[in-house]
Design a protein around this ligand. Structure first.
Ligand SMILES: *Cc1c(COP(=O)(O)O)cnc(C)c1O
Length: 392
């Protein structure tokens, strides 16, 4: 069979049909599987084949459909689905590491990712060095001969700083270190992370993959060797399995993700252009704007500019709160990648507990607002943001 294109794989990839030949994928809401004989059970525990299941904590047919479909999209050999994005991040970091290992990570991270690196791994004897992720010289200086793993968000939350995936992966591979990338802001649609050298890619499926605010989920993608030999033993015994129902939600989400993410990115571009230079804004950050500092890098390493923009409202937190409270279409929440446009004030919510000096270093100023663009008509979206800015 000729190699199919991503959009075809997003609707057909990984499909398994039962004896009823259903069109829409079945939800196999079962934790266990019946063996024909004691001998078959014994053989399966010795080694389960590709489509042989034992227990839903290890794998399940609906979950497997989701894993195969997202692996096809990412260009990864294999995938393991998890109960949330954080189960994916913590599994991908904990499974390959042990006490005494050295890790280099960018500092501009989602709060829970930072917690895993700063508070969890270190408690078990892993040494972590944090760097400014956009500074290739800082990576070069920090990655040592004994570095086991590097970790970063390819585009950071909420500052939208990009890491040069190819350059950092080359430096890490020179020292034999594993490259683990949290790719949520790049989105599975615009990602080329594996092609650029990432060994392991992690997504919160809660974001663009569901994209409709329904379920938590996550996934780790990588080589068959990493997923089956390193990650699976850790995850199947520690129990962060994705429920078959949520896997089905994510599977159906993949069928429309390409259309949704491209439309959301077009809305983000339109909004960023409408806001740039606005009198009430100190700055607008969006990788699709000419003023974005790392525009060439993002254009070279991603198939699009993403669905999230951030802007700094003149007048600090008070003005930002007036703006949030005046919005009528855009809702105040903290998810992103959703069909509904969502606004967040990072300094008082997602990044509330960061010390002030770290907030400053990451550009999380009192006036900073993060806006995840949804699927509304761009006229309504832009109109709503502009009217709310008048009230800021
Ligand atoms: C949301 C998010 C996560 C965590 O995902 P959950 O599904 O909420 O556990 C991890 N990394 C990034 C960059 C995120 O935005």
């Amino acid at each position: 069979m000729t190699k199919r294109k991503p959009r075809t794989n997003l609707v057909h990839g990984g499909t398994r049909r039962s004896q009823y030949n259903e069109v829409s994928e079945a939800i196999f809401l079962t934790q266990g599987f019946v063996y024909d004989s004691a001998e078959q059970a014994e053989a399966r525990f010795l080694e389960a084949g590709d489509d042989e299941f034992i227990y839903a904590r290890y794998g399940n047919p609906t979950v497997r459909m989701f894993e195969e479909r997202i692996a096809l999209l990412e260009g990864a050999e294999d995938a393991f689905a998890t109960a949330s994005g954080m189960a994916a991040v913590s599994g991908a970091l904990t499974a390959p590491l042990k006490a005494g290992d050295h890790v280099v990570s960018s500092r501009a991270l989602f709060g829970s990712c930072l917690y895993i690196l700063e508070n969890v791994l270190t408690r078990y004897g892993v040494e972590v060095t944090f760097v400014d992720g956009k500074d290739n010289d800082a990576w070069r200086a920090a990655i040592r001969d004994d570095t086991k793993l590097v970790f970063f968000e390819s585009i950071s939350n909420p500052g939208l700083e990009a890491v040069d995936v190819k350059a950092v992966a080359e430096m890490a591979h020179d020292k034999g270190a594993l490259v683990v990338v949290d790719n949520v802001f790049a989105t599975p649609v615009f990602s080329n992370a594996i092609e650029l050298g990432a060994d392991v890619v992690v997504y919160s499926a809660t974001k663009h993959i569901d994209g409709q605010g329904r379920a938590l989920g996550g996934v780790v993608l990588g080589t068959k060797e990493f997923i089956r030999k390193t990650l699976e033993p850790y995850l199947k015994h520690t129990g962060a399995a994705l429920s078959p129902f949520n896997a089905w939600v994510m599977l159906k989400g993949l069928e429309t993700i390409d259309l949704r993410v491209r439309a959301q990115a077009a809305n983000a571009q339109a909004l960023a252009e409408a806001l740039e230079g606005h009198a009430k804004l100190e700055r607008v950050i969006y990788p699709g704007l000419a003023s974005y500092a790392q525009r060439d890098l993002v254009a070279a390493q991603m198939g699009g500019s993403g669905t999230v923009l951030t802007f700094d409202i003149a007048g600090g937190q008070e003005a930002a709160f007036r703006f949030l409270n005046a919005l009528e279409v855009v809702i105040i929440s903290n998810n992103l990648g959703d069909a509904k446009s969502i606004v967040t004030h990072p300094a008082t919510t997602t990044h509330q507990r960061l010390p002030d000096d770290q907030k400053q270093a990451l550009g999380i100023t009192p006036g900073l607002v993060r806006l995840s663009c949804g699927l509304e008509d761009p006229e309504d979206l832009v109109g709503d943001v502009l009217q709310a800015l008048e009230q800021a």
